[in-house]
Design a binder for this molecule. Structure first.
Ligand code: ZN
Length: 188
């Protein structure tokens, strides 16, 4: 019988990231640099694949620091519900994204704590970090899973293979404009 840690190890998946989403994410990151920016990833799961076709920005009440980012959670929840209904259930929440301006795309202790908190509510959430400066940003993605006995749940954050693709224009999310209408950081 395999050890519990092996039984609970997350299966590797490929995360397919729409080029549209990557472009918007880098634009969001660039716009607030050197402050962090972030938001949520929307898409669907299909077997071994997570397919990210849309995103939302920080929301109007988010807080941005040099090494921290607190999203507008209430706004994000309403955006998730809105996207889910508008796409007849095709688009759902897949995870969070945020930027590391002038940094590297690695999970900080704070990021691990955030992913653990999300993993307690959502099955196998993604955390995508886009790091860089100026016009040069690159993404890395992790998937969070809970492991260990019930009272000692810990996070296993496994790096995911990330592939960028050009979405079909007919897919949900491929023409969505990011950010809230009332977002003071809205990118034009
Ligand atoms: Zn971070």
């Amino acid at each position: 019988m395999p050890a519990p840690s092996q039984m609970l190890r997350s299966r590797p998946v490929i995360v397919w990231l729409s080029s549209h989403v990557l472009r918007l994410m880098c634009r969001h990151a660039r716009e607030l640099s050197p402050l962090e920016n972030g938001g949520i990833l929307l898409g669907w799961r299909s077997g071994e694949y997570d397919i990210v076709v849309d995103l939302r920005g920080p929301g109007p009440c988010a807080l941005h620091g040099r090494h921290s980012f607190i999203p507008d959670h209430a706004w994000q929840v309403s955006e998730i519900n809105r996207a889910f209904e508008a796409s007849c259930g095709d688009l759902d929440y897949l995870g969070d994204w945020h930027s590391h301006p002038d940094g590297i795309a690695e999970m900080s202790d704070l990021d691990s704590a955030t992913l653990l908190r999300i993993a307690r509510r959502v099955n196998a959430p993604l955390m995508l970090i886009v790091a860089g400066s100026g016009a040069d940003w690159s993404p890395q993605c992790w998937k969070g899973q809970l492991a260990g006995p019930l009272l000692w749940r810990r996070l296993v954050a496994a790096p995911q293979e990330l592939k960028v693709f050009d979405p079909s224009a007919a897919w949900p999310g491929s023409s969505t404009v990011i950010g809230a209408a009332s977002d003071p950081h809205k990118i034009s």
